[in-house]
Every structure is written in structure tokens, then in C-alpha cells.
Design a protein around this ligand. Structure first.
Ligand code: EPU
Length: 419
């Protein structure tokens, strides 16, 4: 198992290219199951989660070829059963349910378990499939959905914690091949949902309203092959923005959509940093310690939960007292105890982290617990005194393409050590 050593105190500057979005690529690859024809997906990031998804597609019978960032999927003959051994590694495997149900009218997928960021149920996905006319059975750890035919319906996907991203994706994919019109109310409006809808439309689907809370899908009889480029990863970009705020003088991100980063930009501007944008670049201008912030994570376009841990790292060395509240995953604070081992002064009050800024964190051995928490620990190490040793870095490799090389390219001093 690799570990990462961050030698703190180096200043970051220069530019870095942002990879394709993990959370777009995963459902888009799953959507390739909807057609017998080949699909070509570009800008696919080289991540272990993507690798797991390609394994699942192969297991289901698709032919998968990968050449650098381009993946070709040909799903001529497919099975509709994805067992535990193959899906357990990644919760996002659940997004093969929608395309399998849409095309084969049945799917059996091992149920995803909870994970360190919370319980993560899929009740809203299942409610959506039922509304389309499917029967749902949960037995022996598997969820089986099946229907003689799928029929369009109006479905409200809003849950206790707001909309569901992969739930919206799943229903869009199944409804693309249903009879009649499906209306999703309370839909997730994340850019990744729009990216999937654009790909599905390129395959011949008739989807309108993606990016709003109301998506209308007119079912079609079949979909065809298509080519698509995955959008830039706004969370990877946001993570580099926070790295730049923590330790940068002037850092430019290339291949970004600045519009997708508005909430993160606004937070950093409020904290005292400069943000400059062009059509597809974004520059963060350093300004020392951040001013205190009050942040609330909420569905897009508000501040993303996937950036909460990184902001905790930034504000730990800020001025005054900051408060970050989680409204999406109230238990997503596993990084807090690790940041405290580096000297951060953070108290958890329900779903809020109250952060009293300290002068400087100090390097320590820390343990990554999930993807964004591990990124936060690497970022915290950038300015900390001494060496921060981040263990269990397989978490970070699930969602960041060569984060160590990319940060080193900006001037950081990060080593990856094989243990
Ligand atoms: N929820 C339910 N029932 C459901 C589905 C979700 O109650 O059937 C709840 C969840 O427990 C949570 C909230 O609704 O409280 C939102 O969850 P959502 O379904 O939107 O999450 P997801 O689709 O499973 C995606 C991203 C996550 C990101 C969330 C929220 C992918 C592969 N994952 O998960 O990304 O945090 O949306 O934006 O797209 C990450 O990349 O590190 C990551 C965890």
C-alpha cells in the first residue's frame, strides 16, 4: 500500500491541466450499455474508480478498449447480473442498474454498502424504477429490478437531503428507453447530470431540462453509438484551487469550466484570494491566510460537499473562527480528527465543524479515510511544518489522476513511497 509524504513549506506557482470528471465518466461509461453499437468516450481520467467501472462493463459482456484517455465500449451482447465481488469496490457501480433495466428490462446488482461518509441508501433510485413500472426485490444482498415494459411517469426524486445525483442519472438512463414521457421533478442539477444527458442525446435520446430541477425524457425505441468528451473535473479543479490558496502565489488551472466553479470561487474571494478567469482557465492569486468563512454544503450550484474537507484544511490555518455545515452527508467529517492530529483546532457540533484558525499546522502521520478526506490531508501538508505522511492513499487514487505529480509540477515536494 503506497503512502504519500508531503514536505511542507514549498510555494506553488505555474499551471496545471485538469482531468476529465470522475463523476461524469462513471455514469457515462455505464450508459454505453444502452446500445449494441460502439461508443467512444474521450477525456476519461485514469483512476481506479474508472478501472472498476470498466471491469464491471467487461464482466457484463461489453468489449472495452482503452488507449490513453479514450475508451471504446461495444456492448453487443450483455448480461444483466453484476455480482458482489465485482461491484463491492465502488458505490457508483449502482449506476449500471438504470441502463441494464432500460435495455434488458431487468438488472440484478449487489447492493452497495454504507461507506465512511454515511449511510448512502438507494431508496430514491428504487422509487424511480418502481414509478416506471419495474418491480424491485432485495434479497441475499442483491437488488433485482425487472419489468415487462417500462412506462413513462412523473417521478419526484427529492429526498431528505435534497436531490440525488446518481439517482437522477439512473432514472434518466432507464427512462430513455421507456414508453412515453417521464418527468423527473426534484432532479439533481449538477454539471455531471448535464454531461450524461448530452451524451444520451448524442445516442438518440430525447432529454430536455438537464441542469434544472425538472427533466423531461421522451422515451425512444433504441439508442445508437456516439462519441463524447467528458467535462473537466470541477472537484479536482476545486481541490487545486484550495491548494493554491493554501500555498500558492499564482496558480492557473487549464481545461476548466469556470462557471462550474462559481461557489468555490466565491468562497475563496470571500476568504481574501484573487480569482481570474478566461473561457477555459482559472487563476488563483495567493494572499496568505484566509479570512474566516461560514459555509454550507448544498446541491449544485451551491457549495459542494465534495469540497468540504479541503476547505476545512484551508480554514484550519485561517484567521478567526470559521463554520462549515454539511447538509448533504452530515457525518462526512472523518478528516477532522486527522487534521486535529496536525494541530488544527476543530470542534464538531452536529453537522457543523467549528474551526479556530491556528498559526501553522505541523506535519504528522495521518490516515486517509475517503477520497476527499485524503485530498484534504495532502493539502494540509503543503503548508504544514515538517513532513505529513498520508497513509492509505489508495483512496486518493480512486478520484485524483496523479495528484502528487500534478502538485509537484506546481512546486510542491511530494513523494510516493511503496510500503
Ligand atoms: N440519498 C438518499 N437516498 C437515495 C440516494 C441518496 O437518501 O436513494 C441521500 C444521500 O444519502 C445523501 C444525499 O441523498 O444524503 C445526496 O446523495 P446523492 O445520491 O446525490 O449522492 P451520489 O449520487 O451517490 C454523487 C457523487 C458523490 C457526491 C454526491 C453529492 C458520484 C459517483 N458520486 O454521489 O461524490 O458527494 O453525488 O454531490 O457521482 C466523491 O466524488 O467523492 C463523491 C462522494
Amino acid at each position: 500500500m503506497d503512502k504519500i509524504l508531503v514536505h511542507g513549506g514549498q510555494s506553488l506557482s505555474g499551471s496545471v491541466r485538469v482531468s476529465g470528471s470522475k463523476n461524469s465518466a462513471l455514469p457515462i461509461l455505464a450508459a454505453c450499455l444502452l446500445t449494441k453499437e460502439p461508443c467512444i468516450i474521450r477525456q476519461v481520467p485514469d483512476l481506479s474508480d474508472v478501472h472498476y467501472m470498466l471491469q464491471i462493463l467487461s464482466h457484463l459482456g461489453a468489449e472495452v478498449e482503452r488507449a490513453s484517455g479514450t475508451v471504446t465500449v461495444r456492448a453487443e451482447n450483455i448480461k444483466s447480473v453484476a455480482p458482489y465481488e465485482i461491484v463491492r469496490k465502488m458505490r457508483a457501480s449502482v449506476c449500471v442498474l438504470g441502463p441494464l433495466l432500460g435495455r434488458e428490462k431487468e438488472a440484478t446488482v449487489s447492493l452497495p454498502g454504507g461507506c465512511v461518509i454515511g449511510d448512502r441508501p438507494i431508496d430514491l433510485h428504487l422509487r424511480g424504477f418502481e414509478a416506471l413500472g419495474a418491480a424491485v426485490r432485495v434479497e441475499c444482498g442483491n437488488v433485482k429490478v425487472f419489468a415487462a415494459k417500462l412506462k413513462g411517469e412523473t417521478i419526484n426524486l427529492r429526498g431528505k437531503f435534497g436531490s440525488t445525483v446518481l439517482g437522477t442519472d439512473n432514472i434518466m438512463m432507464a427512462a430513455a428507453l421507456a414508453e412515453g414521457v417521464t418527468i423527473i421533478e426534484g432532479a439533481a442539477a449538477e454539471p455531471e447530470v448535464v454531461d450524461l444527458a448530452n451524451f444520451l442525446n448524442a445516442m438518440g435520446a430525447k432529454i430536455e431540462g438537464a441542469g434544472t430541477r425538472r427533466i423531461v425524457i421522451e422515451g425512444v425505441a433504441e439508442l445508437h453509438g456516439a462519441e463524447h468528451s467528458v467535462i473537466p473535473d470541477r472537484i479536482e479543479a476545486g481541490t487545486f484551487m484550495v491548494a493554491a490558496a493554501i500555498a500558492g502565489t499564482r496558480v492557473t488551472l487549464r481545461r476548466v469550466v469556470p462557471d462550474h466553479l462559481k461557489a468555490v470561487s466565491e468562497a475563496l474571494i470571500q476568504a481574501g484570494y484573487g480569482i481570474e478567469t478566461s473561457r477555459d482557465t482559472l487563476t488563483v492569486v495567493g494572499n496568505g491566510k484566509p479570512k474566516p468563512l461560514e459555509l454550507l454544503t448544498e446541491p449544485y450550484p451551491s457549495f459542494p460537499t465534495d469540497m468540504q474537507a479541503q476547505m476545512c484544511a484551508l480554514l484550519s490555518e485561517g484567521e478567526g473562527i470559521s463554520v462549515i455545515t454539511e447538509s448533504i452527508f452530515p457525518q462526512r467529517f472523518m478528516h477532522v480528527s486527522e487534521l486535529k492530529r496536525m494541530g488544527a483546532q476543530i470542534t464538531l457540533e452536529g453537522a457543523s465543524a467549528v474551526i479556530k484558525g491556528v498559526e501553522r499546522l505541523s506535519g504528522a502521520p495521518v490516515m486517509a479515510s475517503d477520497l476527499r478526506a485524503s485530498a484534504a490531508l495532502v493539502l494540509a501538508g503543503l503548508r504544514a511544518s515538517g513532513v505529513t505522511e498520508v497513509n492509505r492513499v489508495y483512496h486518493i487514487d480512486r478520484g485524483y489522476e496523479s495528484i502528487d505529480d500534478k502538485l509537484n509540477g506546481l512546486g510542491a515536494q511530494i513523494e510516493r513511497v511503496k510500503v
